[in-house]
Design a protein around this ligand. Structure first.
Ligand code: FAD
Ligand code: FES
Ligand code: MG
Length: 276
C-alpha cells in the first residue's frame, strides 16, 4: 500500500498533485521515468510520470489531468488514503549530457513530465531555456518550478491571458532564429509535439519527445504501447518513452490513442453518475 501524504489541486481542479510514500521507487527513480498506479485491487492501471522525487523523505510526486474514469478515481483519493499498487520506476531514463544550449518546451500537463528533465539538464551543465504554455493563465502549472529549473523561462497562453499570446511553437521559432541551439526537448499533447518537431527539423536541431501511448503492463509484454519510430515498431514502455521527435509517426499515435474513446467516455459518464 502506498500512502498519499500531500494532495493539491491545480489548474482550477482539473490537475491533481499527489505526493506518495514509495521509498524504494524514490531511491531508484531517474528523470524521464514513470510509474503505473492502481487505486484498488481491480482498478485501472494508469501510467504517470514522476514529476518530482524525494529519496530522503521516500516520496514520489505525480501530477495528472483528470480526463476519464481512471484519473477521476485517483482525484477522489484524499491525504491518508492509499494506492493499492505503484509499480516502477519504468521506462528508460532521459539521456543526460552537457551539449550546450538546450530548449525545454512543455504544454499542459506535459510541463509536469518536463520538469525533472529540465532540472537535470541544467544540473549537468547545459544552459537551459524553458518555454511553457497552456490554454489560459488559470490552466498553467508549475511556473515557479520551471523558473527554478531553467536559466530563462518564456510563458505562453493561447488566449493571451498571461505571458506571450500564442503557441509554444511560435516562441520556440524566435529562439531558434536568434540562438544556436543544440537540443530541444518537447513534451505535451501529441499535435504540439508533431508540429514542434516539424519546426525543429527546418532548423536541423535534434529533438527529443516523450510519448504517451496507451499502456497496460508497462514491461514490454503486451504490445499495447507500440509506436512507429523511424519505420520500426518500438514499445514506448521499455524502448522509451523518449524518442527522436523527427522519426515518430504522430498520426498513427493519435489514431491509437483514440481507439477506445467511445467506451472510455461511457465509463467516465457512468462513474460520474454513480459517484454524484
Ligand atoms: P480514459 O477516459 O480511460 O482515457 C482518456 C484518454 O487517455 C484515452 O483516449 C487515451 O488517449 C488515454 N489513455 C487511456 N488509458 C490509457 C492508458 N492505460 N495508458 C495511457 N493512456 C491512456 N498524464 C498526466 O496527466 N500526467 C502525467 O504525468 C502523465 N504521464 C504519462 C506517462 C506515460 C509514460 C504515459 C504512457 C501516459 C502518461 N499520462 C500522463 C497520460 C495518462 O496515463 C492518461 O491520461 C490516463 O491513463 C487516462 O486514463 P483515464 O482512465 O482517466 O482516461
Ligand atoms: Fe505493454 Fe508496453 S505497455 S508492451
Ligand atoms: Mg481509462
Amino acid at each position: 500500500m502506498f500512502k498519499i501524504v500531500k494532495r493539491e489541486e491545480m489548474a482550477e481542479g482539473t490537475v491533481i498533485l499527489n505526493e506518495i510514500e514509495a521509498p524504494l521507487i524514490a531511491e531508484k527513480a531517474k528523470p524521464g521515468q514513470f510509474v503505473i498506479l492502481k487505486a484498488t485491487e481491480t482498478g485501472e492501471r494508469i501510467p504517470l510520470t514522476m514529476a518530482m522525487t524525494d529519496p530522503v523523505k521516500g516520496t514520489i510526486t505525480i501530477i495528472y489531468m483528470v480526463v476519464g474514469k481512471g484519473t477521476a478515481v485517483f482525484r477522489d483519493l484524499v491525504v491518508g488514503d492509499t494506492y493499492q499498487d505503484v509499480i516502477g520506476p519504468l521506462g528508460k531514463p532521459t539521456h543526460l549530457e552537457k551539449v550546450g544550449k538546450v530548449v525545454c518546451v512543455g504544454g499542459g500537463t506535459g510541463i509536469a513530465v518536463l520538469h525533472p528533465i529540465t532540472r537535470a539538464l541544467k544540473e549537468v551543465g547545459n544552459h537551459v531555456i524553458a518555454i511553457i504554455g497552456a490554454r489560459s493563465k488559470d490552466l498553467l502549472i508549475l511556473e515557479d518550478h520551471m523558473q527554478a529549473a531553467s536559466h530563462e523561462l518564456h510563458v505562453c497562453t493561447d488566449d493571451g491571458s498571461y505571458g506571450r499570446k500564442g503557441f509554444v511553437t511560435e516562441a520556440l521559432r524566435d529562439v531558434l532564429e536568434n540562438e544556436k541551439i543544440q537540443l530541444v526537448v518537447a513534451i505535451g499533447p501529441v499535435p504540439m509535439m508533431k508540429f514542434l518537431s516539424q519546426l525543429t527539423k527546418e532548423y536541423n536541431v535534434k529533438t527529443i519527445v516523450s510519448l504517451n501511448p496507451i499502456m497496460v503492463d508497462g514491461t514490454g509484454m503486451c504490445g499495447g504501447c507500440r509506436v512507429t519510430v523511424g519505420g520500426l515498431t518500438k514499445f514506448a514502455c521499455v524502448d522509451g518513452p523518449e524518442f527522436d521527435g523527427h522519426q515518430v509517426d504522430y498520426d498513427e499515435l493519435m489514431l491509437r490513442l483514440q481507439a477506445y474513446c467511445e467506451d472510455e467516455k461511457k465509463c467516465y459518464e457512468d462513474y460520474c453518475v454513480l459517484s454524484a
